[in-house]
Write a protein that binds this ligand. Structure first.
Ligand SMILES: Nc1ncnc2c1ncn2[C@@H]1O[C@H](COP(=O)(O)OP(=O)(O)OP(=O)(O)O)[C@@H](O)[C@H]1O
Length: 248
């Protein structure tokens, strides 16, 4: 299980000598079980991506802990192959000097397995994200944004991790590919009990994939709601936010 306990983060406010701090994440605690998809929804600037970076181990909170099976995700060895992430900014997610094959296979440390085994795995991963196997020799500059994002998703699932942090990971894809990727994530969730932290503005996608949704407000946990209760959130803020998103 992934357990987040009392995480906090602040940055110094603008101005070199300013002692004031901007509190981005305020005392958030959450858990995410195996096979669960936890959605994170909130207005722009509410701290969703910052929390996502904590969970992926890319950034450390000032206070609090994030534990995977009792071990801190700040340790690379704890995360390796078990937590992966796909971010919105796919333009910087793929090494420009790597082919599709190198990018996808890198987390699997190519040398250890027979070439044919890797080849089959690669073809399977490409197929899962809806890309032809001929794409394996292409470089990022030869791909569309949506195709790069699909490569990033193939890479993220290549190690069959326990958790994947998806930060607006499907927003840039066209609708038919979004559906395809959502179906893929749903299948992975069921097949391997893979778990997702799904950061999104897309309520429909959240409703399709998530079991629970956390609504964030100014760095705080405003409300946690099982997906079936989403139309009946308790707080007025959450209700207004969801209404706004529905009408977008
Ligand atoms: N390294 C940093 N230094 C200073 N402020 C930062 C830093 N990283 C994030 N912030 C601030 O933290 C706040 C939360 O940012 P974050 O990206 O987590 O929000 P978000 O909810 O993901 O927003 P969006 O939906 O627009 O992506 C913002 O006000 C942002 O400017």
């Amino acid at each position: 299980m992934l357990v987040v306990e009392n995480v906090e983060k602040s940055y110094r406010k603008m101005g070199f000598l300013s002692a004031k701090r901007h509190h981005i994440i305020k005392d958030i605690s959450i858990t995410c079980g195996y096979g669960e998809c936890l959605g994170i929804i909130g207005e722009s600037g509410s701290g969703k991506s910052t929390l996502g970076r904590f969970l992926a181990g890319i950034e450390k909170p000032d206070r609090g802990t994030i534990l995977l099976e009792g071990h801190s995700v700040a340790e690379r060895a704890v995360r390796a192959g078990r937590i992966s992430a796909v971010f919105q900014d796919y333009t910087s997610s793929m090494n420009p000097f790597f082919t599709v094959e190198q990018a996808i296979m890198e987390p699997l440390s190519i040398g250890r397995k027979a070439v044919s085994e890797n080849h089959n795995k690669l073809n399977h991963l490409l197929h899962q994200v809806g890309l032809p196997s001929s794409y394996r020799t292409k470089y990022p500059h030869e791909l569309s944004g949506g195709e790069v994002q699909r490569v990033c998703i193939a890479r993220a699932i290549s190690t069959e991790p326990l958790y994947i942090v998806l930060d607006e990971a499907i927003s840039s894809l066209d609708v038919s590919v979004q559906t395809q990727v959502l179906d893929l994530l749903q299948a992975l969730k069921e097949m391997y009990r893979m778990s997702f932290i799904f950061i999104t503005h897309d309520l429909q996608a959240a409703a399709y994939l998530c079991d629970r949704v956390m609504i964030m407000r100014n760095g705080e946990r405003e409300e946690m709601v099982p997906i079936e209760h989403l139309p009946h959130v308790q707080s007025a803020y959450a209700s207004t936010l969801l209404q706004k998103q529905i009408t977008l």
